[in-house]
Design a protein around this ligand. Structure first.
Ligand SMILES: C[S@@+](CC[C@H](N)C(=O)[O-])C[C@H]1O[C@@H](n2cnc3c(N)ncnc32)[C@H](O)[C@@H]1O
Length: 300
């Protein structure tokens, strides 16, 4: 098993890209390079351009291959970076969203509930805002918004009240400071689920994940050639809803526009009507795959 990250739904994702040996492909989330490595195996005269905003991922991409280009940028810079490299169109794009196992298990970065560390949560160390800032400086309204929008807490008032009450006395710096606030008020059998959602909402806010995902999807639509494929793996319902709506309707409102004759107007043909999920065996071998959903569409 790769130490950095075990690629999820590898075969289905690569098959979904429908790789042309001389095409141009983009891996927007390089991580440990598991998906990239398979793409490269399928290329002859084509190119693979990979993005990762985490400086740590770069060391996995030191490959001696002149058909491979690695870019240490947020994937919201997709268009700009491709213009710089003078690529106008691409044949396929893959995004395997979220964090890598390496990021989770680095006990200095604050992504994991398991380790006590500063609530950093920045995938890109150059970002100005970290989790400590969000938890200690965000207003009551801003905190309420992130818990609702990023983790579907229906009524986050008790979470917001508890954080504000605590931070008025002591600042909340570490993952365990944050967990301790709720240790007694949340029944133990719900701890994992509750803290996972709490941490998820802060991480999404720190990395501006919703905004960059939407921006990337729009840019992907522009860049793909007709019949080019878009392959996205998401790990929670907030992301998956966005991807599903965009692939089905070409917008984020899940509303299908129709032409004069009542035919749906959509920029994509759906290759997966329902998402592909990992087999029980894959989940057994790699528990991090358990919430993965793979969706594939083709530009019309
Ligand atoms: C789930 S891992 C990808 C794993 C990879 N497919 C593999 O097989 O090793 C997600 C990676 O995407 C990166 N990432 C997440 N959001 C990003 C963004 N907006 N721009 C660039 N990289 C991003 C993370 O830093 C992380 O390394």
């Amino acid at each position: 098993m790769s130490k950095f990250h075990e690629p999820v739904l590898l075969d289905d994702a690569i098959k979904g890209l429908n790789i042309r040996p001389n095409g141009v492909y983009i891996d927007l989330t390089f991580g440990g390079g598991g998906h990239s490595k398979e793409i490269l195996k399928n290329l002859q005269d084509g190119y693979l351009i990979a993005f990762d905003q985490d400086q740590e991922a770069l060391r996995n991409g030191k490959w001696n291959n002149d058909r491979f280009i690695m870019i240490n940028k947020n994937f919201s810079d997709l268009n700009k970076e491709l213009q710089r490299l003078k690529f106008c169109n691409v044949d396929g794009i893959i995004a395997d969203l979220g964090v890598s196992s390496y990021q989770f298990s680095d006990n200095n970065r604050g992504f994991s509930l398991k380790y006590n560390s500063i609530i950093d949560m920045r995938m890109d160390k150059n970002l100005k805002k970290d989790g400590v800032f969000v938890v200690n400086k965000y207003s009551r309204q801003e905190l309420g918004r992130i818990f609702k929008e990023h983790a579907d807490f229906k009524n986050p008032t008790f979470i917001v009240d508890a954080i504000i009450k605590h931070r008025n006395k002591h600042s909340i710096n570490t993952t365990f400071d944050l967990k301790n606030i709720f240790q007694n008020s949340i029944p133990e059998q719900f701890h994992n689920k509750f803290f996972a959602r709490l941490f998820q909402s802060i991480r999404i806010e720190v990395n501006n994940e919703i905004h960059v995902l939407k921006s990337m999807l729009r840019q992907a639509q522009e860049l793909l050639v007709p019949t080019g494929r878009l392959v996205v793996i998401s790990y929670h319902s907030i992301e998956d809803k966005i991807v599903k709506s965009f692939m089905r309707c070409g917008n984020f409102l899940n509303s299908q526009e129709k032409d004069f004759f009542g035919n749906p107007i959509t920029p994509f043909k759906l290759i997966t009507k329902k998402p592909i999920v990992p087999t029980d065996m894959e989940i057994k071998l790699n528990n991090k795959a358990r919430s993965a959903k793979l969706r594939i569409c083709e530009k019309i």
